[in-house]
Design a protein around this ligand. Structure first.
Ligand code: NDP
Length: 279
């Protein structure tokens, strides 16, 4: 029998996480002996919890809200994409005991937007809400697709401006506060704030979504999030949550840990079917 390797996702809050279910499905699909759990780890306990996990033989971690920037600090070495994002969502222990940090959020989002949902980015006006760890991870791959412009709006405007300034070499990008969006129109609005976790909505101007524009909430739940409902009410061409991104970023992490790429479509379909049964 193969030994069972231990993995986990750390975050706070974490109760809503579907990552253990997704990795269990990937492990079953690819016949890997893995145990993957969700652990509630507030930022203040993060360093100690990471140390204990790996010294007890753990193989890999995912880090979610609000730990991605801390995970970036803790990693001994990082992928180029994580280095650029200054945020890490995947940690893996290497044979020499060094901790490798990567960021699979951007690849996961882009796969979902372009392959699963057929949303075009090239030449489009894109609005990204939020300037936390998730936003950091998706900016470079979004700009790679050459949108007309990428505006980052955040509750704390200074954070959005700072974040945008780190990527100005890659395209037309600027940061602002929500109040500065008045009169602007966007073809794609991505919600990367943590507002959905408490069923809240960032304060958006009513007409900020362009005709035939799309809304995408990186957060997800068993019910449509406040932002997904906002998009539906404004007749968005598509208004969806981040379950597809979650599965795609998990598949990237699984590849980093196990060297195998699981099929994502059947997992997305299964999770969506389970959600329909629950609603
Ligand atoms: P962080 O804690 O790093 O950042 C949170 C961001 O949300 C900050 O910009 C913060 O603004 C803003 N924010 C928090 N509460 C509110 C509110 N009530 N109104 C407006 N803005 C608010 O979190 P992450 O960036 O790691 O995660 C953000 C979201 O993305 C979460 O919902 C998470 O679940 C989701 N996510 C989904 C993924 C997926 O695979 N589907 C992957 C990664 C993240 P301020 O700077 O002013 O504090």
């Amino acid at each position: 029998m193969m030994p069972t390797d231990r993995y986990a996702v750390f975050g706070h809050p974490i109760r809503h996480s579907k990552s253990p279910r997704i990795h269990a499905l990937f492990a079953e699909q690819t016949a890997q002996a893995m145990d993957y759990r969700a652990e509630d780890v507030p930022a203040a306990n993060f360093r100690g919890a990471v140390r204990s996990f790996f010294s007890a033989g753990g193989k890999g971690l995912n880090c979610t809200v609000p730990l991605k920037e801390l995970a970036w600090q803790i990693a001994d070495f990082k992928s180029d994409r994580a280095q650029r994002a200054r945020a890490v969502n995947t940690l893996a222990i290497r044979e020499d005991a060094r901790l490798f940090g990567d960021n699979t959020d951007g690849a996961g989002l882009l796969r979902d937007l372009t392959l699963n949902l057929n949303i075009e980015l090239c030449g489009r006006r894109v609005l990204l809400l939020g300037a936390g760890g998730a936003s950091r991870g998706v900016i470079e791959p979004l700009l790679d697709r050459q949108p007309k412009s990428l505006i980052i709006a955040n509750r704390t405007p200074e954070k959005a401006r700072q974040l945008a300034s780190e990527f100005v070499d890659l395209g037309d990008i600027r940061g602002c506060g929500f109040g500065e969006l008045e009169g602007e129109r966007f073809d794609l609005i991505l919600n990367a704030t943590a507002a959905s976790l408490s069923d809240e909505l960032p304060p958006l101007p009513d007409d900020v979504l362009a005709l035939n524009g799309c809304c995408y909430d990186l957060a997800y739940g068993n019910q449509p999030t406040a932002f997904v409902r906002w998009g539906i009410e404004r007749r968005a061409a598509q208004s969806v949550d981040g379950i597809g991104m979650l599965v795609e970023q998990a598949a990237e992490a699984f590849f980093i840990w196990r060297g195998i790429r699981p099929a994502t479509r059947p997992v997305i379909e299964l999770l969506n079917a389970e959600r329909r049964i629950k609603v």
